[in-house]
Design a protein around this ligand. Sequence first.
Ligand SMILES: [Zn+2]
Length: 277
Amino acid sequence: MKNYLRFQSSAILLSPERDEDLYFIFNNGKIAVNKSKKIIKIPTRKDISEMGLNIKNPMYIGSFDNINCFGGTCENIPSGFKNLEAIGLRELSYLVEKELYLIAAKVFLLINWEKDHRYCGRCGSLMERKKNKNERALICPKCGFTTWPRTSPAIIVAVTKEDKLLLAHNKNFENGRYSVIAGFVEMGETFEQCVKREVFEETRIEIKNIKYFGNQPWPFPNSMMIGFTAEYLSGEIKEDGDEIVTAGWFRKEEICGKYNKSNSIGSQLIENFINTH
Ligand SMILES: [Zn+2]
């Protein structure tokens, strides 16, 4: 029977450990995969034990199609043996099915979260994983302060003006590359307020008809991108001069070659504009 939820998130083991359990192992931001010909696989418990890989702080993540999934780090990922290779998360996103990629992203987020919360923010003691409960949290053994994994929401928005799309060149982009407007949500702000604020701060453009487009976990390092479309209301473009160096309105024929085609939500927003204009 097919699972309603292919991935079941859990902090405690859902079924007995088996040879085919999957191991999402990271080293320096790269994940270990078995690469044979063009087939990419996540290593299994059997692969890991045959290679004698020493996994640090393994954590249970949940089950995917009834197969247990574990995450962890290791000192180095030996290449070649059993076709093992270390690849970047972005590369992985093109090579495996989306649900598997999202589990890898989740492991990466959790590893980074634990690394950044080793000490209690209140009393400075070493934190421990919360045990005996199906709850993913770190707890301070001294004062009881508990912290849960956190994601930083960021908005990304495609603003259109008739047959043109607003694109901006950020100072951190490669030469000649543009993208739609994006930025982090501030505390106490709604997504819609954030969309208006970011577009206004970066380009001085006022917008209307903000509509939800989609979302994407973005583990670089710990964001969740929430995508929107919006329409021009008023104003003349004036770049903020800090982050945004140049911005402008582009017809679809002018866009090709100006953005990085990828499976990111930013790229999807641009392609959605091209397909609907
Ligand atoms: Zn404490």
